[in-house]
Design a protein around this ligand. Structure first.
Ligand code: NDP
Ligand code: PMR
Length: 429
């Protein structure tokens, strides 16, 4: 009940309290590495690719929320100077890790209002406070991706709030590498794929029309992917490898009853289920692009932000893993990236022209010369980040580049089938 009561409350209403190559990763295994097996050693290149509220409360939200449904660009008299309203971005799983860091990075610009779509209201409120986010820059709304009812409720609440939607970031995820048996979402889907893929699939589909309505200079749908779902990399070759097979498990509803809990129909493996879910995330982004980019002008992107080895994603892993994983990624693979840096990367993908959205309207010669200079130093986000249908990664100097997806993660026919089956599972078809 507390969550429901808090689900639509803007920040100002909150009560702030503040591989193994060849062996399974379960139990006592650490990095899943069996030294007897050869590793496809391309370290250098892989690092590179490497909830309802009364109308009264809704009225209060309208009154308190900075991001309103006013036109994106307004002329303020008397100078007739053009001003851009705040962008409005929904970020799932913004209560920790990458989602929180991204929310912080966007809120700090003063140009974005962040809707933190989180399952734990108090955790999100404390996180935003300790990140130093100013109350006028965010709203917390309840969303539990492991329940399709909750997803629908969130969408309903969001629409009632009449906030615009300019960017949707599908970031939340669970990773259950030590689970021996599958656990399930409210509707009975295996939890990792149910949360990471199916919850986001329904959310993105239901919010597509809101994105389409946006008059903001950039409207975007971003789905966080990962290197570990891409078998064209060393990291993606650490077993268990992602593999959606012929989708028989997904087709069967991932219920573990009459069908397998795994997409490919195999035995349950929590680490593989996560990696499979990431493949679904990356396929979904591309299928959105193929179906809707031209018609809607929405930019669809996925990304691998780097290995953020310190986040809560690894909370279910054995303690020794959690101790050794950050130094392993820092000093051995050199794929490590801090939460702050990863947040800036994702924020870059969310913002059209990075730090210079508003300035880009002023075509002074000073600005142009600065832009030319800065573009060489990557301080200005890469304008190519505006391209749709791309899986972004960053190199060691933190420059973004368009990365190659694995064969399976770029299989258009598989993407179409995952879309069609997912539609049925979430009740859209
Ligand atoms: P965290 O565990 O820190 O963040 C995950 C977020 O998802 C948390 O806010 C969590 O909420 C939320 N979440 C989990 N389940 C649900 C649910 N049912 N409904 C709503 N929210 C939920 O991990 P990261 O920040 O590392 O992960 C963020 C994204 O980055 C994921 O998509 C992950 O796959 C991706 N990624 C991470 C990498 C890494 O190295 N860490 C590398 C590549 C990709 P709560 O706080 O309540 O638990
Ligand atoms: Mg990996 C360049 C090498 C590289 C990179 C960038 C990652 C990222 N990993 C690399 C290599 C290796 N890892 C190697 C050689 C091993 C065997 C020793 C290894 C092992 C390993 C394990 C056991 N790595 C892991 C795990 C996990 O449990 C993490 C995982 O798969 O989560 C799904 C993980 C990760 N390695 C990464 C990244 C980014 C992760 C976790 C996050 C994710 O994909 O979302």
């Amino acid at each position: 009940m507390a969550l429901q009561a808090a689900s639509l409350v803007p920040a100002s209403f909150s009560v702030p309290k503040e591989g193994k190559i060849g062996v399974s990763l379960k139990d006592s295994t650490l990095f899943g590495l069996s030294l007897s097996e050869p590793i496809k050693a391309d370290f250098s290149s892989s690092a590179l690719r490497c909830k309802r509220e009364s109308q009264r409360k809704i009225g209060a939200v309208r009154a308190e929320t900075v991001a309103t449904a006013s036109p994106a660009v307004t002329k303020s008299a008397p100078e007739g100077k053009k001003t851009l309203r705040k962008g409005s971005v929904v970020i799932t799983g913004a209560s920790s890790g990458l989602g929180l860091a991204t929310a912080k990075a966007l809120a700090e610009t003063g140009k974005w209002h962040v809707i933190m779509a989180c399952r734990d209201y108090l955790k999100a409120a404390r996180a935003a406070k300790s990140a130093g986010m100013a109350k006028e820059n965010y709203t917390i709304m309840h969303l539990d991706l492991a329940s399709l009812d909750s997803v629908r409720q969130f969408v309903d609440n969001f629409k009632r709030s009449e906030m615009p939607l300019d960017v949707l970031v599908c970031n939340a995820a669970v990773y259950l590498p030590t689970a021996k048996e599958p656990t399930y979402t409210a509707e009975g889907f295996e939890l990792s794929v149910g949360t990471n893929h199916l919850g986001h699939f329904l959310l993105a589909r239901l919010l597509l029309e809101d994105l389409q309505k946006s008059d903001y200079p950039s409207k975007r749908l971003i789905i966080v992917g990962s290197i570990t779902g891409n078998t064209n990399t060393l990291a993606g070759n650490v077993p268990p490898k992602a593999n959606l097979g012929d989708l028989r498990g997904l087709q069967g509803g991932l219920s573990g009853l009459n069908s397998s809990a795994m997409i490919d129909g195999g035995d349950f493996d929590g680490a593989k289920a996560y990696k499979d879910s990431k493949v679904c995330n990356m396929l979904t982004m591309q299928e959105f692009h193929r179906r809707y980019h031209e018609e809607t002008g929405i930019t669809f992107s996925s990304l691998y932000p780097g290995c953020i080895a310190t986040t809560g994603l690894f909370r279910e892993h054995i303690p020794l893993f959690r101790t050794l994983f950050p130094p392993f990624q820092k000093y051995i693979t050199k794929g490590f990236v801090s939460e702050d840096e990863a947040g800036k990367r994702l924020a870059q993908v969310a913002m059209k022209f990075g730090h210079n959205d508003n300035k880009s309207m002023k075509f002074s010669s000073v600005f142009i010369s600065h832009l030319l200079l800065l573009s060489f130093t990557q301080v200005v986000s890469d304008p190519s980040l505006t391209k749709s249908g791309v899986y972004w990664s960053w190199n060691k100097t933190s420059a973004s580049f368009e990365n190659q997806l694995s064969q399976e993660a770029s299989d258009a026919e598989k993407a179409r089938r995952v879309w069609d089956i997912s539609e049925k599972l979430v009740g859209l078809a």
